[in-house]
Write a protein that binds this ligand. Structure first.
Ligand SMILES: Cc1cc2nc3c(=O)[nH]c(=O)nc-3n(C[C@H](O)[C@H](O)[C@H](O)COP(=O)(O)OP(=O)(O)OC[C@H]3O[C@@H](n4cnc5c(N)ncnc54)[C@H](O)[C@@H]3O)c2cc1C
Ligand SMILES: NC(=O)c1ccc[n+]([C@@H]2O[C@H](COP(=O)([O-])OP(=O)(O)OC[C@H]3O[C@@H](n4cnc5c(N)ncnc54)[C@H](O)[C@@H]3O)[C@@H](O)[C@H]2O)c1
Length: 450
């Protein structure tokens, strides 16, 4: 029989993803008694089923793309993806990761628990038949793919399934034209699959600048990725080994695999049965500016399960850090998310930070637009890049950077320079005159603002 003290914690974190990591670490360093619970292997989406494993596939596709682009320009034969070997490499990265993480938490003084947690009171949860109470409960439960409600949905996979494909199907159809589909589409197409994307509205990647998406669309077209906009899936039927996809336009498309990435919903199964006094809406747990539940002050929500901000790893991290500071200090602390760069790991990658052109106009700001294709630049030529461009908005008032939008190799790296410039008020002139290590992708920044 366990004593009540063993079941009472300063903080219980439900979820062991990146937001939980950044929240729990300072709490443990400060000597707090912390339980971390996860129903799946420890580590969460980013480390095990998202950002990190995905980058193995992206790195492979980038190598193949670059090799192919340079055939006849110093490379003799185009490289090809060995999908099984790539899966093995990714497997090596994941092997033992969760177990190590559990061990690390134990060494740091936490109580890691594997099991499905449910709120049973405003200050209590149940997991694995145990009732645990806490001064503070932090929900860090992430998100799950939005499930398609269509006949034949049992034949439709999600991102986890794509990342674990033992063999690459010849033909793949992705439902949704957002981050996940677009990234996977370039991976699959560069690895040799015939890829189709179905996008419900009139354009893909709506969070990104339309002209930069245009650059990506050219690359997709050249690679043979078919992007069908204003078209939804209505039904999927298995016919022999193939799948027949009927769409909203009446088209019937034959493919070998269908994956849906039509957005992710907050995972709030922890509130099934008892809501713990925690108010939620479609976007997640309703929180105040400090990530505290508006209806139960004992509960905080961080990362993708909170109805706040973009579902990105760095945002989740910042939520976690802010909540830890709030719990350790005398005052509540807001996450610092005034400037959040974002990128798609497509080929080329798209990246964006700050205001879009339309947004800046709606705000009535006076600004110059520095934009162009950059395929004639040495940085593109030396890697055989055929699709690249940039758009930077510079304030006419004080020369500050209002927004930056890139479509090119390493855009996801270079965007961080613009993000820091926006955050710290570094002006276009400063960027233009800085002695960048040369020649690098970031030294091109001076040509984008001059
Ligand atoms: C394919 C893919 C690629 C992505 N790529 C990027 C990228 O390149 N860059 C980027 O910034 N973001 C990316 N993201 C988004 C990023 O992964 C998420 O924003 C981030 O992981 C959210 O972290 P989190 O801590 O909120 O939740 P998660 O990491 O999702 O962790 C939540 C955990 O809670 C557990 N859980 C849920 N309910 C319960 C319960 N009742 N009891 C016990 N445990 C529970 C789950 O098992 C899960 O492990 C990607 C996402 C996907 C799916
Ligand atoms: N590089 C990154 O930072 C990265 C990578 C992957 C995922 N993520 C995060 O994960 C989240 C989820 O990614 P996602 O790609 O699933 O969602 P998303 O929100 O990026 O895109 C979903 C797309 O699907 C479309 N759609 C919705 N329902 C549809 C339907 N029935 N038929 C056809 N199209 C439909 C939407 O209009 C939208 O364009 C992202 O919003 C992002 O926050 C980030």
């Amino acid at each position: 029989m366990e004593t009540p003290e063993l079941n009472h914690f300063d903080v219980i974190l439900i979820g062991s993803g990146t937001s939980a990591y950044y929240c729990a670490t300072p709490l443990l360093e400060a000597g707090k008694k912390v339980a971390i619970i996860d129903s799946r292997p420890f580590g969460g989406t980013c480390a095990l089923r998202g950002c990190q494993p995905k980058k193995y596939f992206v790195a492979n596709a980038e190598a193949v793309a670059m090799g192919r682009q340079l055939v006849g320009k110093g490379i003799e034969a185009a490289p090809r993806t060995d999908w099984k070997a790539l899966q093995a490499l990714k497997g090596e990265f994941l092997e033992g990761r969760s177990e190590e993480e559990v061990e690390d938490w134990r060494e740091a003084g936490a109580t890691p628990i594997r099991g499905e947690a449910r709120m049973v009171a405003e200050d209590a949860i149940e997991v694995d038949g145990r009732r645990l109470t806490a001064e503070t409960i932090v929900l860090a439960t992430g998100g799950t793919p939005v499930q398609l409600d269509i006949p034949g949905s049992e034949h439709v996979g999600v991102s986890d399934d794509f990342l674990d494909l033992p063999d690459l199907p010849e033909r793949i159809l992705f439902v949704g034209g957002g981050y996940i589909s677009c990234e996977f589409a370039f991976v699959a197409a560069h690895a040799g699959a015939k890829v189709t994307i179905l996008q419900r509205s009139d354009r893909i990647l709506k969070n990104f600048d339309g002209e930069m998406v245009g650059v990506l669309l050219e690359a997709a077209k050249e690679l043979g990725i078919e992007i069908r906009t204003e078209e939804e899936v209505r039904a999927v039927e298995k016919v022999g080994e193939a799948l027949k996809v009927t769409t909203s336009t009446g088209a019937v498309l034959e493919t070998d695999a269908v994956f849906e990435a039509a957005g992710r919903a907050p995972n709030l199964s922890v509130l099934d049965g008892h809501d713990g006094g925690v108010e939620t809406n479609r976007s997640g747990v309703v929180v105040d500016e400090f990530m505290r539940s508006v209806s139960n002050p004992r509960v905080f929500a961080i990362g993708d399960c909170a109805a706040s901000g973009m579902d990105l790893a760095a945002v989740a991290d910042e939520h976690g850090k802010a909540v830890a500071k709030s719990l350790l200090g005398d005052e509540l602390v807001r996450p610092r998310l005034e400037v959040v760069p974002s990128a798609t790991f497509t080929i080329p990658s798209l990246a964006s930070v700050g205001l879009g052109e339309d947004e800046a106009r709606e705000k009535g700001l006076a600004f110059q637009v520095h934009k162009n294709l950059s395929i004639s630049w040495a940085s593109s030529k030396r890697i055989g890049e055929n699709h690249a461009g940039y758009k930077v908005l510079v304030s006419e008032e004080d020369g500050s950077i209002l927004g930056a939008h890139l479509a090119r190799h390493d855009a996801a790296e270079v965007i961080n320079v613009f993000a820091l410039a926006i955050k710290h008020g570094i002006k276009a002139d400063d960027l233009a005159s800085f002695p960048w290590a040369y020649p690098t992708m970031s030294s091109d920044v001076k040509n984008m603002v001059g």
